[in-house]
Design a binder for this molecule. Structure first.
Ligand code: NDP
Ligand code: 8X3
Length: 250
C-alpha cells in the first residue's frame, strides 16, 4: 500500500501499535508526539520496514502544530491518512471538585489539538479530492460516567467533529471514520492518575482489557477497505465490559 499516514500520539499505546502495524504493511509514516527520545526509537525501529519521518510538537499549541506540519519534507507533504489519536484523560473527579488545569488540558489537547492538526492537513486532501481521516473517540464519546465529566465532554466533541467532518468533506470525496474504544491497557490510566502506577494498574486487573494492538488492527482494517467503503463509526469494548462502568472482573 503506497500511502502516507500521519499519526498523532505515536509515542505510546494505540498510536504506537498503529504505527507498527502500518509499517509492516508498508504504509509510509509521519509519527508525532512530544517525547523526542521515543520518536527517535520508533523511527529507528520502523525505518527497517517503511519510510518514516517524525514531528515533535504539542497538539494543543497552535503555532507549534502549523510550524511542524509546514516543515515536513516535500516527499511527505501529501498525506493520505490522518489518524487523530493524541489525547488523554487528566484526572477523574466530580464536576464540583475537578481541577481547572485538568479541564484545560483535556479540552486543549483532545478537542482543539485535533482541530489544529486537521486544519493543517485537510487542505492538501481537499485539493486532491482524496484522503482519509480517522478520529479516535472513546466510549466516553457515547456515554457519560461518574467523575468522567470533562473527559466525556471532550470525547463527545470529537464525536460531533467526526460527524461534522464527514458532512463538510463529503463533496471532496474524503472518508471520515470514528473509532470508539472501551478500556485499552496503555499509558492512558498512568496519565489520568498522574503517575500513580498502582491506581492505573487497578483499572485493568481482574479481566482482559483491550490491548493497543486490538485497536491498531481495527484502524488498519478501516483504512484498507475499498475507497467506496466508509466505516462511519465503530464502538469496541473488551468482552468483559458492557458499559463504561459495568465490568465483569470475576
Ligand atoms: P497513551 O497515554 O498510551 O498515549 C497517548 C498519546 O497521545 C501519546 O503518544 C502522547 O504522546 C500523545 N499526546 C498526549 N498529549 C499530547 C499533546 N499535548 N501533544 C501531542 N501528543 C500528545 O494513551 P492511549 O494510546 O490509550 O490513547 C490514545 C487515544 O485513545 C486518546 O485519544 C485516548 O483518549 C483514546 N482512548 C483511549 C482508551 C483507553 O482506555 N486507553 C479508550 C478510548 C479512547 P507524548 O506524551 O509523547 O506527547
Ligand atoms: C477511555 C475509556 O472508560 O476511561 O476513553 O473513558 S474510559
Amino acid at each position: 500500500m503506497n500511502k502516507t499516514a500521519f499519526i498523532t500520539g505515536a509515542t505510546s499505546g494505540i498510536g504506537k501499535a498503529t504505527a507498527q502495524l502500518f509499517a509492516k504493511n508498508k504504509i509510509r509514516l509521519i509519527l508525532c508526539g512530544r517525547r523526542l527520545e521515543r520518536l527517535k526509537q520508533l523511527k529507528d525501529e520502523l525505518s527497517k520496514l517503511t519510510e518514516v519521518t517524525t514531528l515533535q510538537f504539542d497538539v494543543s499549541k497552535r503555532e507549534e502544530v502549523f510550524t511542524a506540519i509546514k516543515s515536513l519534507p516535500e516527499n511527505f507533504k501529501e498525506i493520505d491518512i490522518l489518524i487523530n489519536n493524541a489525547g488523554n484523560a487528566h484526572g477523574l473527579s466530580t464536576i464540583q471538585e475537578g481541577s481547572i488545569d485538568d479541564w484545560d488540558a483535556m479540552l486543549d489537547i483532545n478537542v482543539k489539538g485535533l482541530l489544529y492538526v486537521s486544519k493543517a492537513i485537510i487542505p492538501q486532501m481537499t485539493l486532491r479530492n482524496n484522503g482519509f481521516i480517522v478520529n479516535i473517540g472513546s466510549i466516553a464519546a457515547k456515554d457519560v460516567y461518574a467523575n468522567g465529566n470533562v473527559y466525556c465532554a471532550s470525547k463527545h466533541a470529537v464525536d460531533a467533529l467526526n460527524k461534522a467532518m464527514r458532512i463538510d468533506l463529503n463533496k471532496h470525496n474524503i472518508r471520515v471514520s470514528g473509532i470508539h474504544p472501551g478500556a485499552v491497557e496503555t499509558e492512558f490510566s498512568d496519565v489520568r492518575f498522574k503517575g500513580d502506577k498502582e491506581k492505573a494498574k487497578s483499572v485493568y486487573t481482574g479481566y482482559k482489557a483491550l490491548q493497543a494492538n486490538d485497536i491498531a488492527d481495527i484502524i488498519h482494517f478501516v483504512v484498507t477497505r475499498p475507497y467506496h467503503v466508509n466505516i462511519e463509526d465503530l464502538v469496541v469494548y473488551p468482552t468483559a465490559q458492557a458499559t463504561p462502568t459495568i465490568l465483569n472482573r470475576s
